[in-house]
Design a protein around this ligand. Structure first.
Ligand code: NAD
Ligand code: DAU
Length: 341
């Protein structure tokens, strides 16, 4: 039995991870720490709010006094850090908050772990720290030994946090692990990201804004498979190790968009090619050999099944995302897409 702090648990992957933990390790105590930024949604956590082994704490991971008080009071055994500013487009618009949360916030958590003692700190990182791969070299993949080579303020902030984690492990002996995952999809993803944005727009018969020519490739993983991998790393992974997580499921953006339209019975005429993202990474592709060989992890959900389940979830849970897109999100959407020719 242990007590685990899950930061960023009111967001997409963190909430799925909390549900995964409740289902697979009901004996563990969970404390979700979340600032509730635009991306955090307490409604998502409604199914666990009354669980006696769960508590929610609204706090900023970069707030040192708040983190110290929390660690002093709760004495957690494990910390899993999902909390981050996570959207590349927002990082291009305004990098500062990405450094504050993703870099300084991570440092505050690492300091608290040092000060109060911890069994394990896990950093949830991303394949974007490796930069991108060319489209004409399908033989190339990101391994754990691929050098860091970031493109956006978001990925630079995530890489910085990874470096800090490794520094705290080597210098202070802090028991850390890091995972670098490919693109996730599934329930509760904020509608600023490709798949839910395209589902929401298609359902409203609005244009589907495809950046550039839609030829960029991402390696998609169903969110529950990511949660299972993190859980394995926490319980069986080696301290000091980085694990790449991905399912060899590379898809071009345009093909994803067409698939969504087809499954919703909407016309391809809704596709609108818009100005490309600045510094847009071409291709991400993870080589997951190490986590498979060492921990026996393999993804369980085929893309065809995962995308069908995801679309069905957005159809069945309209109030969840309609509340979002009818609120402040409209201002964001207008700012990001309004003048994008
Ligand atoms: P998200 O944007 O959906 O959720 C982020 C959560 O963190 C929100 O609940 C938000 O309120 C919270 N948060 C933000 N700043 C905070 C702060 N200062 N203090 C406390 N809480 C704060 O993000 P996500 O897609 O669920 O991503 C979670 C993590 O996984 C991130 O670290 C991201 O870099 C990483 N990741 C995401 C993907 C993906 O495809 N979405 C893939 C690989 C790695
Ligand atoms: O690879 C892991 C990363 O995946 C995570 O670290 C990030 O937190 C997560 O946001 C995601 O980053 P991407 O930039 O790959 O995801 P996004 O959903 O923003 O975009 C996916 C692709 O779709 C990308 O090539 C840009 C394109 N796109 C996106 C949007 C929002 C469009 O063409 N149109 C859009 O409107």
């Amino acid at each position: 039995m242990s007590k685990m702090i899950v930061t960023g648990g009111a967001g997409f992957i963190g909430s799925n991870f909390i549900f995964y933990q409740r289902a697979h390790h009901p004996e563990d105590e969970l404390i979700c720490v979340d600032k509730l930024t635009y991306a955090g949604n307490l409604e998502t956590l409604a199914p666990v709010m009354d669980d006696p082994k769960f508590q929610f704490v609204r706090a900023d991971i970069a707030d040192r006094a708040a983190m110290d008080a929390l660690f002093e009071r709760e004495k957690p055994d494990v910390v899993v850090n999902f909390a981050a500013e996570s959207h590349v487009d927002r990082s291009i618009e305004n990098p500062a908050i990405f450094l504050e949360t993703n870099v300084l916030g991570t440092q505050v958590l690492l300091d608290a772990c040092r000060k109060y003692g911890i069994g394990r700190y896990h950093q949830v990182s991303t394949d974007e720290v490796y930069g991108d791969l060319p489209l004409d070299r399908p033989d190339l993949f990101f391994t754990e030994r691929t050098p860091l080579h970031t493109s956006s303020p978001y990925s630079a902030s995530k890489a910085s946090a990874d470096l800090l984690c490794n520094a705290y492990q080597r210098t202070y002996g802090l028991p850390i692990t890091i995972s670098r995952c490919s693109n996730n999809y599934g329930p509760y993803q904020f509608p600023e990201k490709l798949i839910p944005l395209m589902i929401a727009n298609a359902l409203a018969d609005k244009p589907l804004p495809v950046y550039g020519q839609g030829l960029n490739v991402r390696d998609w993983l169903y969110v529950e498979d990511h949660c299972a991998a993190i859980d394995l790393i926490l319980r069986q992974g080696q301290v000091g190790q980085t694990y790449n997580i991905g399912g060899h499921n590379e898809m071009r953006n345009i093909d994803i968009v067409k698939l969504i339209l087809q499954q919703l019975g909407k016309p391809e005429s809704l596709i609108t090619y818009v100005t490309d993202r600045k510094g847009h990474d071409m291709r991400y592709a993870i080589d997951p050999t190490f986590i498979h060989d060492e921990l026996g992890w393999l993804p369980q959900t085929k893309f065809a099944d995962g995308i069908r389940k995801t679309i069905q979830w957005y159809l069945d849970n309209r109030p969840w995302w309609e509340n979002i897109i009818n609120g402040d999100y409209q201002t964001y959407y207008e700012r990001m897409y309004g003048h994008r020719g």
